[in-house]
Design a binder for this molecule. Sequence first.
Ligand SMILES: *Cc1c(COP(=O)(O)O)cnc(C)c1O
Length: 474
Amino acid sequence: MPYNKLIFDYHKKGRGCSDINITRELPNKLVSLLRKNELDLPDVSELDVVRHYTALSRKNFGVETNFYPLGSCTMKYNPKINEKIASFDAFNVHPETPNYLVQGKLGILFEMSHFLEKITGFPYFSFSPFAGAHGELTGLMIIKKYFEVKKQKRNKIIVPDSAHGTNPASAALAGFEIIQIKSNERGQIDLETLKSVLKKDVAGIMLTNPNTTGVFEEEILEISTLVHANGSLLYYDGANLNAILGVIRPSDMGFDVMHINLHKTFSTPHGGGGPGSGVVGVRDFLKDYLPAPVVVKTNDTYCFSTPKKTIGSVSHFFGNFLVVIKAYAYILSLGNKIDYVGKLAVLNSRYLKEGLKDYFIDPLADVPCLHEFVFNGLKNNPNEIRTLDVAKKLLDYGYHAPTIYFPLVFHEAMMIEPTESENVETLDEFRDSLIEVAKLAVSDPDSLKNAPLTREIKRPDEVLAARKPILTYK
Ligand SMILES: *Cc1c(COP(=O)(O)O)cnc(C)c1O
């Protein structure tokens, strides 16, 4: 079947379906009170509909079709039970429903806050932000307001060069100037460099730990001591929480504010733009700055509350409530076993890295990786094969490509994050495929340079596709 056909292209006057759900009758009846003209739906046979959508679904790539080792994104499997629970009618409530009718839902948010406190050490959470980047912006607005209230002029944020692009972007959007610092040869913050930029106008530093090279910042306690001694705060980008889940807590490393990408660590399908949830956690002294509303409990009753010095609202009510429900279901269904998530994610990542190290350049060979790792091109590479070619060739093997050319600190970066969901057989198969690709790079370089050979789309102009997307059908 041609992949670029729309359902409208199958239209033949008089054709129809027997299933009430996919016939034109029903939608027309439902909207007939409002519509002046009949809804413009195609006349299609049931078989055409079924074939069309089955074919479309097969063109989709997801964790459920094959291994998805996209570094930094934590593409773990999302258990179906989370979806089931989130789809309960009871959770489908209007945001303006009075408190006394939604006590159970508010109770879940309240309880979720406690779960997240156990995991991160932060006692107060806001569920408003829609994504990690939105959580960063919220956290930085909290830091900004905190210093404004304290009447301290601090308008700079330190961001390491390995940071996710959203970090400097969020800091800029919150009105800060960015000081970028270079990582050392161990892929970590250099204490001397940090000291040299820590001036009185610095509001804080944004870090993720393990950082985006998959390496744990070994000197995090020295870093947090230095930053606090300067009167500045530490922001934890929680996108890599999966690596340390059940092992250590960001609050123990000295951080003051953090966001969690619930959609990454706590298993909500993501990619393609959401919906996500970037809940923000803070230490006690920052709780009055959280966005409104927050849930509080008085005399066994839950209600909305507006924190005293709140930065205002950053979304409608509690953000993507159903993503919180999915995360809640995930945490409850794992129970104490959640302590293994981080360990297994790290084990899988180290196993894969070990199996590939003879074929790819490991720029951080003597530093152990955590939940993900970065290679910097092929070891044996007489034909000048680039990481892009390796990634494109992997598509021919049916895999989603790893993250490439990020983090920016390595020129031929390829970032692999297997997650804890994968079993050893899958890791072995992927390793073998990648080794085969590495060998082809020497014996048959054209098969990489022209890859993918088996996909409908070969190598689109990615810049043009992003800048001038064609979003309508002609
Ligand atoms: C994914 C990610 C973000 C941004 O999170 P979104 O939910 O995509 O907005 C920030 N930092 C790191 C390290 C990430 O991996």
